[in-house]
Ligand binder design. Structure first.
Ligand code: GLN
Length: 567
């Protein structure tokens, strides 16, 4: 008989920002550690069709999947906690649902009926969930975890809640479970944890017809027996299923262990009649052990534009951390607003920095500040890692200060630059036609060939001949300048070759400097492929080099990056 796919629906109560993404991801990690295949869905209750055009200032990072979807950053959490890779269908918004319903209406598919939120919108949501979970597919996953964005009680998320209520009814009680993440605030004046907000948010859920099976309670202090009793009684939840999610001391990667200690994997398995299996968290526990006992720290400057928003560079800062764990280090990330490096005190801001990273970005504000940081890295041997715009900037800095091409720039920043070192893909039309890029951005996974056997890139990638990395950009290195750069010592160590028989048509993917302890930049976004148990090799190399610099033994260009205990 066909196996039954199980669903876990995760809702949030009381306030936003409780970490529903991390909680969902952690549940996924535990189930995967029990040998189950797991996938995720993120339902976003806003009207934008996708987060691609939303400002990082407001929305945080846009996470890019292999198939080129611009998605919510929660998909990044999922990929860091489990091994299943997310695709376009694992994230959808109210905007997409309405778009789809209205198109159907225009095509006459509703046969003249009045088109309404119930049933048309809610049915559409269910179709999307089933499709995203791969229900009925040849490779059906054991469990799909569906995270519903927003907070219970919001007008926006009502259709989603109604849709999953209907779904769970159709699936039957052993095939669907509801997990409600809530806040149990500590009131200092009373010296008490208060359960009332949770009671109210569960009441709201029950009004809609959803009875949570689990309460995940975020709290500053451990819940204690009486608080748990109260929550269980008034929220109608089994006492064992009231899970204490007290703030973790060191890292969000401890959350799976916190859930496991309270038997959540076992409770869920019983609830959903999942096979009885041991939960093997060996690698995960080892990794958390490293996080808790760093032997030293290393200071990395993150020079960007959206520094104020905690989540704008989420995958980048996570990847730095992952690489640090692998070296038994703690990364101290110094967030520098690149525009502030355009002032006179710029040098001081970079004092005592062991490594400089310029991440992806758009637009010219603060661009000159980034160039300053890169020049310092190049000239003084501070390890440098450039990501996407960080690679483009490195080539511009090199053009200006090594090749003497004054005012060299990307046409994104200066349309009239006399030396357009970075140009829009449009101007390389043949390549684009040859590789069917479509749209205006190169999005998603592309194969990068590593043609130089002795390059640092090849070494970092473990001798691979080619690798796959994700992309999200409009501009490319201008091939007209390649020979000039190469003659001056810049190494093009990664190329995208749409047609291997025509190497002259390749696009630049990775650049590096030979005579430098670590100067590597990539047109791709490797940060989307790092996880705490498998840090990305470019980040690992970068952190290793930064630590070498800190210890003062970055003597010469040929120093090897130290090997690390993880991965
Ligand atoms: N703005 C640059 C481009 O579009 C870089 C984009 C990025 O860093 N993601 O090519």
């Amino acid at each position: 008989p066909a196996k039954k796919q199980k669903f876990i629906f995760v809702t949030g109560g009381v306030v936003s920002s409780l970490g529903k993404g991390i909680a969902s991801a952690s549940i996924g990690a535990l189930l995967e550690a029990r040998g189950l295949s797991v996938t995720f869905q993120k339902l976003d209750p806003y009207l934008n069709v996708d987060p691609g055009t939303m400002s990082p200032f407001q929305h945080g990072e846009v996470f890019v999947t292999d198939d080129g979807a611009e998605t919510d950053l929660d998909l990044g959490h999922y990929e860091r906690y489990i091994t299943t890779r997310m695709t376009r269908s694992n994230n959808f918004t109210t905007g997409q649902i309405y778009d789809s319903v209205i198109r159907k209406e225009r095509r006459g598919e509703y046969l003249g009926k009045t088109v309404q939120v119930i049933p048309h919108v809610t049915n559409e949501i269910q179709d999307y969930i089933r499709r995203g979970a791969g229900m009925g597919a040849a490779q059906e996953m054991d469990v799909a975890i569906v995270e519903i964005g927003g907070t219970v009680g919001d007008i926006e998320s009502l259709p989603f809640l109604e849709a999953v209520r209907q779904m769970s009814l159709k699936m039957g009680p052993t095939n669907a479970a509801f997990v409600h993440l809530t806040l149990v605030p500590w009131i200092p004046a009373a010296g008490e944890l208060k359960t009332k907000p949770t009671q109210h948010s569960v009441q709201k859920l029950r009004e809609i017809g959803i009875i949570p099976d689990f309460l995940l309670c975020r709290a500053e202090k451990p819940l204690g027996k009486s608080v748990k009793d109260k929550l269980a009684l008034f929220c109608n939840v089994d006492l064992n299923n009231v899970i204490d999610l007290v703030d973790v001391p060191t890292s969000v990667y401890e959350v799976p262990q916190v859930l496991m200690r309270q038997g959540m994997d076992e409770l869920l398995a019983n609830r959903l009649r999942l096979p009885k299996r041991a939960c093997d968290m060996h690698d995960w526990d080892l990794m958390v052990g490293h996080i808790k006992k760093p032997k030293d720290t290393v200071r990395i400057a993150l020079v960007g534009k959206y520094i104020d928003h905690q989540d704008a560079y989420k995958s980048v800062t996570e990847s730095i951390d992952h690489a640090a764990y692998a070296h038994l280090l703690k990364a101290e990330i110094v967030r520098l607003e690149s525009e502030s490096l355009e002032g006179d005190d710029w040098r001081k801001q970079l004092d005592g920095i062991d490594g400089i990273l310029v991440p992806g970005g758009f637009g010219k504000r603060g661009f000159e500040g980034k160039l300053r940081a890169i020049r310092l890295a190049r000239e003084t041997g501070i390890p440098y890692l450039g990501l996407c715009l960080g690679m483009q900037a490195a080539t511009i800095e090199f053009a200006r200060n090594v090749l003497g091409l004054e005012r060299a720039n990307s046409t994104e920043m200066d349309e009239k630059t006399p030396h357009p070192v970075i140009v829009p893909m449009d101007s390389q039309k043949d390549l684009i036609a040859a590789s069917n890029l479509g749209g205006t951005m190169r999005l998603g996974a592309y194969i990068c060939t590593l043609p130089k056997r002795t390059s640092r890139a090849t070494k970092l990638y473990g001798g691979a001949e080619s690798v796959s990395e994700r992309h999200r950009h409009r501009y490319e290195f201008n091939n007209a300048y390649r020979a000039q750069f190469e003659a001056a010592g810049l190494v093009f160590s990664g190329l995208y070759m749409p047609d291997p028989s025509k190497p002259e048509q390749s696009l630049v993917e990775i650049i590096e400097l030979k005579e430098h302890p670590f100067f590597v930049a990539t047109q791709a976004h490797p940060e989307f492929k790092s996880s705490p148990v498998k840090p990305h090799p470019l980040f690992r190399g970068f952190l290793g080099a930064a630590y070498k610099r800190k210890r003062g033994d970055a003597a010469g260009a040929k120093t090897e990056v130290s090997l690390s205990p993880v991965g």
